[in-house]
Design a protein around this ligand. Structure first.
Ligand code: G3P
Length: 222
C-alpha cells in the first residue's frame, strides 16, 4: 500500500485561513515528519503561496476551473495555482460541483500544469466514472455526512468498499480517499482497512480546539 495520505481541506472556515492556516500547517509538518504518513493541506487560494514557501507539505487548491489562461475574468486557472506554489488540486468537491464535462476539462488542465489531482465524488457511480480520467486520487464523500461529525467509515462503510471496487475495476492505479465526518485515528484505521489509501477531512481538524491533538490522534493507529 502507498504511504497513507491525510488531506485536510481548510475550506473557507475562519479557523482555516491566514495565521490559523499557518498554525495548522506547522503542526501538520511536524506530525508528518515524525510519522510514516503524508499530510497535505488544501487552503484558500490566498494561503497557497505562504504555505508553500514556509512549510514542506503538499499544498492543494480547493478547485480549478475548466478554463485555460487567457481572456477569462474571475476564474481559477490550473497553471496559476501551480505558479502560486500549489502541488495539487481538488476537483468537483460537493461544495464546488462541476458537470462531468467540466470535471474532465479541469482535470486535463490540472494534469497539463503538473498538479497532483484529487477528484471528489458523491457516490459509487460517480467514483467509477471519475476513474476513467485517471486522477491520482478519488475522494468518496457522501454529501449528507460532510461536516456532520458522523464518520462515513462507520456510518456507511459499504459505499467506501463499493467505490474502491468501482474505481479499481476501471483503473487499478487510481488511489481512493475516504471523506466526510472523519475525526479520529479509529476513523482513519477503518478507512485504510476498507481498502482506501487515506482520508480527506476538514471540520474535525480545522474546527477543533486543539488541531494538533486531533492530528496526532489521526495518525496514531496507522
Ligand atoms: O473536503 C472534506 C470534506 O468535505 C469533509 O468535511 O468536515 O466532514 O471532514 P468534514
Amino acid at each position: 500500500m502507498a504511504t497513507p495520505f491525510i488531506l485536510i481541506n481548510l475550506k473557507t472556515y475562519t479557523e482555516g485561513f491566514g495565521h490559523n492556516a499557518q498554525k495548522i500547517a506547522q503542526s501538520a509538518e511536524r506530525i508528518a515528519h515524525e510519522n510514516d504518513v503524508r499530510i497535505g493541506l488544501a487552503p484558500g487560494y490566498m494561503d497557497i503561496h505562504p504555505l508553500n514557501v514556509h512549510y514542506s507539505l503538499p499544498v492543494f487548491a480547493q478547485h480549478v476551473d475548466a478554463v485555460s489562461p487567457g481572456a477569462h475574468t474571475g476564474h481559477i486557472v490550473a497553471e496559476a495555482v501551480k505558479a502560486a506554489g500549489a502541488t495539487g488540486t481538488l476537483i468537483n468537491h460537493s461544495e464546488r460541483r462541476l458537470t462531468l464535462a467540466d470535471v474532465e476539462s479541469a482535470h486535463t488542465m490540472a494534469r497539463a500544469a503538473g498538479l497532483e489531482t484529487v477528484i471528489c465524488t458523491n457516490n459509487v457511480a460517480t467514483s467509477g466514472a471519475a476513474a476513467f480520467f485517471s486522477p491520482d486520487y478519488i475522494a468518496i464523500e457522501p454529501p449528507e455526512l460532510i461536516g456532520s461529525g458522523v464518520s462515513v467509515s462507520k456510518a456507511d462503510p459499504e459505499i467506501i468498499e463499493r467505490s474502491v471496487e468501482a474505481v479499481r475495476s476501471v483503473r487499478e492505479t487510481v488511489k481512493v480517499l475516504t471523506g466526510a465526518g472523519i475525526s479520529t485515528g479509529e476513523c482513519v484505521k477503518t478507512a485504510l482497512d476498507l481498502g482506501t489509501d487515506g482520508v480527506l477531512l476538514a471540520s474535525g481538524v480545522v474546527k477543533a480546539k486543539d488541531p494538533e491533538a486531533v492530528l496526532r490522534d489521526l495518525v496514531s493507529k496507522i
